[in-house]
Design a protein around this ligand. Structure first.
Ligand code: HEM
Length: 502
């Protein structure tokens, strides 16, 4: 005979539907540990509780999602149920309501205005803008290369990314504003993360020094964007820039033009999302190459064979599989966007577990990219894992002949493979430095093009060496920043060391 369900059964069933996770009080949950050592906390949660972990962060119910099928569910299959939510409120302080922070129709209009600027073919056709900007950086390093004086490359990489972004999208050289913008960016990177610290929770009218700094830096970002917009309104900007497109854009439903505030929000979004991420990725990649002499030699050998010292074109990149693997591995080990949050609109089941409406879902790219169940020796920098033909080889066994590190014949150039660096036998959502689904990074192709061209040019011109006694660790601000910075000594490349003097 069938037994009737009792109240106890219902409670049991609810518990069974709950994802595993640490026990903590609603008010004194994981928030304090989150602040202290975020990356370790996220990776430990993943290792201890698996692909979907439930926890309380201060007052919030949060699920951390790293299982590839659950990530696909959130970003792609049931993406409509997930909005930017409470953790994005801090982003609004600096980005404004733009492509990154809005949802639904508001987002669609903004994404449609931006889309034409990010087509792969169009970007590749203008790759000389990127290589020209990198040339200027390489020339600026010459005095340091002569003197042997170490350079902290972090700000240089930010300026490089700013230079490229400005010329490719804004129709102006953003580096002319760098001295004003960089301090505002440094402040905003910390202030955007809602940590629950008292100074963040106080009402904005309370005149604390934090609020004064916040207003000052917000004003700087707004002022610079207004200057760029005004320049275009006066007809002094580029007719092909994203600024011109925004000045002409209208909202589909009403036919109304974008307001000054909306244009400014869009420009701040492209500026902040575009330069900081790419600058971080460039810094981490050069750091990783400097740390791994065998990788540097293998890369230099490939570059010498294909380019022989000349400036690369976008087409050359198809013949440089090891370069591509080095960049992909750097984005795995040091994903510049290490986490992205969403809030659930309605109740959902994720990876078999109940996720209630109104709760938060965190997708920590960093923890997924460091998952030992997916990646052999996940903390090691091993570009060979991204050589498609060699994925069966243990991750640590680099061949003695470094030129065979990534056979050229296996380079994938079809659209899908180019979308993400992960080899086919891995799940699409084992590796997702640029996110996924409709909200995937709009700037991915620009970032990858810039990273590959810049790294090829730097490694051909200079050998970068770490300065002993300057440890670097990843710090989880809005982006994954190397702290305290990356100090490198810039010396001549191998071919210039051995070349007979003129
Ligand atoms: C290595 C460099 C970059 C990385 C790792 C990166 C990563 C990401 C990720 C993970 C997202 C998705 C966030 C989410 O779903 O919540 C995203 C979105 C976005 N990225 Fe990037 N990004 C990079 C470069 C760029 C560049 C160069 C631009 C523009 C010039 C850009 C503009 C944007 C914008 C506007 C969005 C929001 C897109 C939307 O919601 O429709 N990013 N990026």
């Amino acid at each position: 005979m069938k037994r009737r369900a009792t109240t106890g059964d219902v409670v049991e069933e609810r518990r069974a539907e709950q994802a595993p996770g640490p026990v903590g009080s609603v008010l004194f949950g994981a928030l304090s540990s989150f602040r202290k050592d975020t990356l370790r906390l996220l990776t430990e949660l993943q290792r201890e509780y698996g692909g979907v972990a439930r926890m309380k962060m201060g007052p919030y119910l949060v699920h951390q999602v790293t299982a590839p099928e659950a990530v696909r569910h959130i970003l792609q299959d049931n993406a409509r149920n997930y909005v930017r939510g409470r953790f994005y409120r801090g982003f609004n302080l600096f980005f404004g309501r733009g492509m990154l922070t809005t949802d639904g129709a508001e987002w669609r209009t903004r994404r449609a205005v931006g889309r034409p600027f990010f087509h792969r073919a169009g970007l590749r056709a203008r790759s000389d803008v990127i290589t020209g900007t990198v040339e200027e950086l390489l020339a600026s390093w010459e005095p340091s290369a002569r003197s042997g004086e170490p350079v902290d490359i972090t700000d240089d990489m930010m300026r490089l990314a700013m230079g490229v972004l400005g010329r490719m999208l804004f129709g102006v050289d953003l580096r002319r504003y760098a001295d004003r913008l960089l301090p505002a960016v440094r402040f905003s990177l910390k202030a955007m993360i809602i940590t629950g610290e008292v100074e963040q929770l106080l009402p904005r009218w309370v005149p604390t020094s934090y609020q004064r700094s916040l207003k000052r830096h917000q004003r700087t970002l707004n002022d610079v964007m207004d200057e760029i917009i005004d320049l275009h309104r006066r007809g002094e900007g580029s007719p092909d820039s994203v600024v011109t497109a925004l000045l002409k854009a209208t909202h589909g439903a009403t036919g109304e033009p974008f307001t000054q505030r909306q244009i400014r929000a869009e420009l701040k979004t492209l500026f902040l999302a575009g330069h900081e991420t790419t600058g971080c990725a460039l810094t981490w990649t050069l750091y990783a190459i400097a740390r791994h002499e065998d990788v540097r030699r293998a890369l230099d050998a490939e570059l010498t064979e294909v380019l022989g010292g000349r400036v690369p074109t976008a087409e050359d990149l198809d013949d440089l599989p090891y370069l591509r693997a080095v960049v992909d591995e750097s984005l795995r080990l040091y994903p510049p966007i290490w986490l992205f949050p969403r809030d659930a609109i309605a109740d959902d089941r994720v990876g078999g577990y109940h996720v209630p409406a109104g709760s938060t879902v965190l997708v920590p790219v960093y923890a997924a990219h460091h998952n030992p169940a997916v990646w052999d020796n996940p903390e090691a920098f091993v570009p060979e894992r991204f050589c498609p033909a060699q994925t069966a080889r243990p991750a640590n066994s680099r061949p003695a002949n470094s030129l065979s590190a990534c056979p050229r014949s296996t380079t994938d150039t079809d659209a899908d493979a180019e979308t993400e660096g992960a080899p086919r036998q891995r799940d699409r959502y084992d590796y997702f430095p640029f996110g996924g689904g409709a909200r995937k990074c709009i700037g991915m192709d620009l970032a990858l093009l810039e990273l590959r061209l810049a790294v090829a040019m730097v490694v051909q011109r200079y050998r970068l060496e770490l300065v002993p006694g300057h440890p670097v660790s990843p710090t989880a601000l809005v982006s994954l920043r190397p702290q305290p910075g990356v100090l490198l000594r810039i010396g001549p490349a191998d071919r210039d060391r051995t070349a007979p003097s003129a």
